[in-house]
Structure formats: structure tokens, C-alpha cells
Design a protein around this ligand. Structure first.
Ligand code: OAD
Length: 268
């Protein structure tokens, strides 16, 4: 993480009004939640002992499909419930908190930060961010397979897998997340497109930037003339395309970036 790269972005943030960020699993890695791919990716060893025996072929990607749920609703809902409890227990880290501060700083001069997140853990909201577009839904809410009605399960393990729906005699509950092959929520897509269209700075933080449409936002923002920034300790397919690539952990880079933009001492 070169101080020059941070200074360059901090200088633009200091006067910007509209900023959009796209976040992925990497921003929650420092809160103890596993990413999907790469060095901090989930493995079978993360699972509780009794689940490890069940899932020798553990692959979080293969469980994230409607077909997997149809084939084995008990196993898939149990896995998601285990993840739900992990998200509930997790606390936001310095990266989440820095973005919450950035939102407040921009709002104080009638600007806006929009967080487009692929994460289902609600840690941005727990850190105090208010404008959060959940592109992949949230694991903290579940919905009835028959009626589509949503509910927030209590913070204990569910009593049954799959959990019978309280709304429909033939329904069960499934996590209110987007699975591979499913449509992203229309309202979220619209809000994301508006944020990308209007932003002066677009930052891609902690995402491998391979899942569309999220991955396309950075190109769209660049085409509109926004400054594009990536925060990721590893190189990704977009690293060479952004204006500024900050090779660092979000929990280290974002507090420095926001302090550099808004604290009187700035970046040393
Ligand atoms: P990935 O697991 O694909 O990528 C995580 C990224 O975070 C990697 O590029 C890491 O280098 C980076 N990373 C790790 N630690 C970091 C840290 N402390 N600070 C910053 N970056 C860090 O996760 P996503 O890009 O979020 O979709 O994956 C996108 C989607 O694919 C997920 O939402 C999920 C998955 O399949 C669905 O479930 C629909």
C-alpha cells in the first residue's frame, strides 16, 4: 500500500459528493467470515465436526443453487443456518466502520455514499451504514418457498431442517439470498445502476470481481468518467484496469484513506 496511492484517492474523496463502493467477502474476512475463493476461502475444515463427516465433498459454490436445495433441502438449510449464526455472531471491523464514517462525512455536505454489497452478512448495517444495496440478499432473513413471505428467524439454531414455513402448509423456509441461476432483486439492480451512473469515485473492495453484474459496475463507472479504485491484498482481473490499485487489507487501507481525506492531520 503506497502512501501515494492513498493520498491520490483521499484527495478526491475530500471534495467528492457521490461515491459508490462495491464490497465482497474480503471486507468481512477480518471479521472472521470466510471468503468464497482464494487464500481466505472456505474449506471443509471450517465446518463443525459432525458436518465434516457429512460433506466430504464440501463446495460452498455447489450448495448455492436452487437445484442443491431441491435435491437436499435438509442439508442445504442446515449449512445456511450454520452460516447465519456465524454472521449474527460476527462484528464489523475497521473497514466496515471506515465506510460508515465516509457515509456520514459525505452526508454532512449533502453528498451520498452508496454501498453495493455482494455480502449477505449485514455487517455494513451493523457498523452504522444506512445506504446499503444488498445485491445478493441477506442470510439473516428467510422466506417461504410457497408464499414468498419473509421472516427473521430467532438467533438460535433452527429446530428443524428444512424449517416448515409458518406461512403455508406446504412451504419450507429458505435463506433470502440469491443463488446461482437466480435473478438479482430488481430494486437492488436499479439502485446500483443509479449509483454507478452518478458517482465521481467508484471503489471495488474485497471482491474477486468475477461475478456479474457486480463485476461490470467498475467498467461502467470508468466509462462515465469516475475515478476507479480497488482495495484488495491480491491482484484480480480488474487490478490493471482501475486508476488506483491499493494492495492491502480493507481493515488497514480504508481507515487510513478516510482519515487521510477528512482528518485535519491528513495522511502523513
Ligand atoms: P471472493 O471469495 O470471490 O473474493 C474475495 C476477495 O477478497 C479476494 O479477491 C481476496 O483477495 C479478497 N480479500 C481477502 N481478504 C481481504 C481483506 N482483508 N481485505 C480486502 N480484500 C480481501 O468473494 P466475492 O467477490 O464477494 O455469490 O464473491 C462474489 C460472489 O461469489 C459472492 O457474493 C457469492 C459467491 O459465489 C453468491 O453466493 C451468489
Amino acid at each position: 500500500m503506497t502512501p501515494e496511492a492513498l493520498k491520490r484517492v483521499a484527495a478526491v474523496l475530500r471534495t467528492a459528493h457521490r461515491v459508490a463502493v462495491l464490497t465482497g467477502a474480503g471486507i468481512s474476512a477480518e471479521s472472521g467470515l470466510r471468503t468464497f475463493r482464494g487464500g481466505t476461502g472456505a474449506t471443509a475444515a471450517d465446518l463443525p465436526a459432525d458436518m465434516q463427516a457429512l460433506w466430504k465433498e464440501f463446495d460452498p459454490m455447489r450448495l448455492a443453487t436452487p437445484e442443491a436445495f431441491d435435491a437436499d433441502p435438509a442439508m442445504v438449510s442446515r449449512w445456511y443456518d450454520w452460516r447465519r449464526l456465524g454472521c449474527l455472531a460476527a462484528e464489523p471491523n475497521a473497514g466496515h466502520r471506515a465506510l460508515a464514517r465516509l457515509e456520514r462525512e459525505l452526508a454532512s455536505r449533502s453528498g451520498q455514499l452508496t454501498i453495493l454489497t455482494q455480502n449477505v452478512d449485514r455487517l455494513h448495517q451493523k457498523a452504522g451504514s444506512r445506504v446499503v444495496v444488498e445485491l445478493h440478499g441477506t442470510i439473516l432473513e428467510w422466506r417461504c418457498t410457497m408464499s414468498g413471505r419473509r421472516t427473521t428467524p430467532s438467533p438460535e439454531p433452527m429446530p428443524a431442517y428444512p424449517m416448515p414455513s409458518p406461512f403455508h402448509p406446504r412451504g419450507v423456509l429458505r435463506p433470502d439470498v440469491v443463488w446461482f441461476g437466480e435473478m438479482l432483486p430488481e430494486a437492488a439492480l436499479k439502485a446500483a445502476a443509479e449509483a454507478v451512473e452518478a458517482c465521481e469515485v467508484f471503489m471495488s473492495i474485497g471482491t474477486s470481481a468475477v461475478v456479474y453484474p457486480a463485476a461490470g459496475y467498475i467498467a461502467a463507472a470508468a466509462a462515465r468518467g469516475a475515478m476507479t479504485v480497488e482495495v484488495n491484498p491480491e491482484a484480480t482481473p480488474i487490478s490493471s484496469a482501475v486508476d488506483v490499485s491499493i494492495r492491502a487489507k480493507a481493515g488497514e487501507a480504508l481507515p487510513r484513506l478516510v482519515a487521510g481525506a477528512f482528518d485535519s492531520s491528513g495522511l502523513a
